[in-house]
Design a protein around this ligand. Structure first.
Ligand SMILES: [Zn+2]
Length: 64
C-alpha cells in the first residue's frame, strides 16, 4: 500500500474540510398560507401545492 510522502499541514486539512458542511434545504414560502416550507413539496400546514389544494390535512383531535 502506498503511503503519503509528506504530512499535510493543518491549514491544508482545514481548507479541504471547509467544503464539508451541510447545506440548508431549499426553503420557500407557501403560496396559500405563507408558512416556510420545503420547495417542491406539498405544504404540510394547508395541503396546497402549485396554488391548489392537493392533500386534505387531518387534524389530530387536539384542535377543536
Ligand atoms: Zn400552506
Amino acid at each position: 500500500m502506498p503511503n503519503p510522502f509528506r504530512r499535510h499541514s493543518h491549514s491544508r486539512s482545514a481548507k479541504r474540510r471547509s467544503a464539508n458542511r451541510l447545506k440548508l434545504p431549499g426553503l420557500a414560502k407557501c403560496s396559500n398560507c405563507q408558512s416556510v416550507i420545503l420547495s417542491h413539496r406539498v405544504c404540510p400546514d394547508c395541503g396546497y401545492y402549485d396554488g391548489r389544494p392537493v392533500v386534505v390535512i387531518k387534524t389530530k383531535g387536539k384542535e377543536k
